[in-house]
Design a protein around this ligand. Structure first.
Ligand code: PMM
Length: 297
C-alpha cells in the first residue's frame, strides 16, 4: 500500500500511516485551549506525545475554531518559537501550524521541517514564496476563508468534487510559485467551512481525494464537531464535549489508515498510534495472502 499512500520528499518514510500529535499553544483552541500555554508545559506535552507514539508534532499558536479572531504575528511568534526550538532540539520532527509566512520562516529557522498552512497558501501571499525558498514540505488544506465567518461558506452541491477542484487550484498555485510538488501534502480541511454532513461525505470519499489529487493525504478529524454530531443520541440532542471524542477520533484514524492516508493529526496520540499499527498489520496480512494466492494460482 505504501505506493498509494505516497511519500513526501524531505520527510521520513514511516512505512505506514503516520501520527501527527497536536500541541496548540493557545488560550482558546476548541479542545485543548489553555492547557499548554507556557513553553515549558507545551514542550513537555510534545515530548509526551512522542513517547505515546507520535511520529511528528504540529505546533500552532493561533486558534482556528469557528468564529475565532486572529492573533497578531508578534503574539503568534512569541507562542510558537520557543516550543518549536525546544522540541526540535530534542530530535522531534516538528511541523508548524501557521497561515503566516513570517512565522513559517522563523519556525523553519528554529528547526521545524514542515509548514502546515490551513489556508493552503491563500491567507498570506508571501507564504508560497517563503515555502518555495526554504524548500520545505508543505500541507495544503482546503480553506474558504478565515474562521471568523467560515461557517457561512459551508455551501456545496457536490462537496467532494468542489473540495477536489479547489484543492487542485491551491496545489497548482503552490507549484507555480516554486514549491516542489513532491513536497506537498493535501488535506480536505474537515470542519473548515463544512457542516457535519460534508465532513462525513469527505471521509467516505477519502480514496477519491487521494487518487484524484495524486498526493499524500493528511486527515485531521480529531475531536471535531462532526464527531460530536455522530455521537449525539438524537439529531436535536446536545453533542458530547470535544474531550469525549477521542475514541471516535481513533475510529477515524483506523478508517483513514485503511484508505491509504499518509498521516492523521490528533490530540490524543496513544489510541491513534495503536490504530495505525493495527491497520498496518491488517494491510500486510492482506498483501501476504494476495501473494500466496498468486503463488497457489
Ligand atoms: N485543523 C485545526 C488546526 N490545524 N491543520 C490541518 N492541516 N488540518 C486541519 O484540519 C486542522 C489543522 C483545528 O483544530 P485544532 O484546534 O484541534 O488544532
Amino acid at each position: 500500500m505504501s505506493a498509494s499512500r505516497g511519500q513526501v520528499s524531505g520527510l521520513p518514510d514511516w512505512g505506514r500511516c503516520a501520527v501527527m500529535g497536536v500541541v496548540n499553544v493557545t488560550p482558546d483552541s476548541f479542545s485543548d485551549g489553555g492547557q499548554w500555554f507556557d513553553p515549558e508545559s507545551a514542550i513537555k506535552h510534545g515530548l509526551d506525545l512522542v513517547a505515546q507514539g507520535a511520529d511528528l508534532v504540529d505546533v500552532g499558536g493561533e486558534s482556528t475554531r469557528p468564529g475565532a479572531p486572529r492573533v497578531s504575528e508578534a503574539e503568534e511568534l512569541r507562542r510558537v518559537l520557543p516550543v518549536v526550538r525546544g522540541l526540535a532540539a530534542e530530535g522531534v520532527v516538528v511541523s508548524v501550524d501557521t497561515m503566516r509566512a513570517g512565522v513559517a520562516e522563523r519556525a523553519l529557522a528554529q528547526g521545524a521541517v514542515l509548514v502546515n498552512d490551513v489556508s493552503g497558501g491563500l491567507a498570506d501571499p508571501a507564504m508560497v514564496p517563503a515555502v518555495a525558498a526554504a524548500g520545505s514540505p508543505f500541507v495544503v488544506m482546503h480553506w474558504r476563508g478565515q474562521s471568523i465567518d467560515m461557517n457561512n461558506r459551508a455551501v456545496y452541491s457536490d462537496v467532494t468534487g468542489e473540495v477536489v477542484a479547489e484543492l487542485r487550484e491551491s496545489f497548482e498555485r503552490a507549484v507555480a510559485g516554486g514549491v516542489d510538488p513532491e513536497r506537498i501534502v493535501i488535506d480536505p480541511g474537515l470542519g473548515f467551512a463544512k457542516q457535519a454532513e460534508h465532513d462525513l461525505a469527505l471521509m467516505a470519499d477519502l480514496g477519491r481525494l487521494r487518487t484524484e489529487l495524486g498526493r499524500p493525504l493528511l486527515v485531521a478529524a480529531s475531536r471535531k464537531r462532526f464527531l460530536g454530531r455522530v455521537l449525539a443520541e438524537r439529531p436535536d440532542a446536545p453533542v458530547p464535549p470535544a474531550r469525549e471524542r477521542d475514541a471516535a477520533t481513533a475510529a477515524i484514524t483506523a478508517l483513514s489508515a485503511r484508505e491509504g492516508a499518509w498521516a492523521v493529526r490528533v490530540h490524543e496520540v496513544r489510541a491513534s498510534a495503536d490504530a495505525v499499527r493495527v491497520a498496518h498489520a491488517v494491510e500486510r496480512a492482506g498483501a501476504d495472502s494476495a501473494g500466496e494466492g498468486r503463488r497457489a494460482g
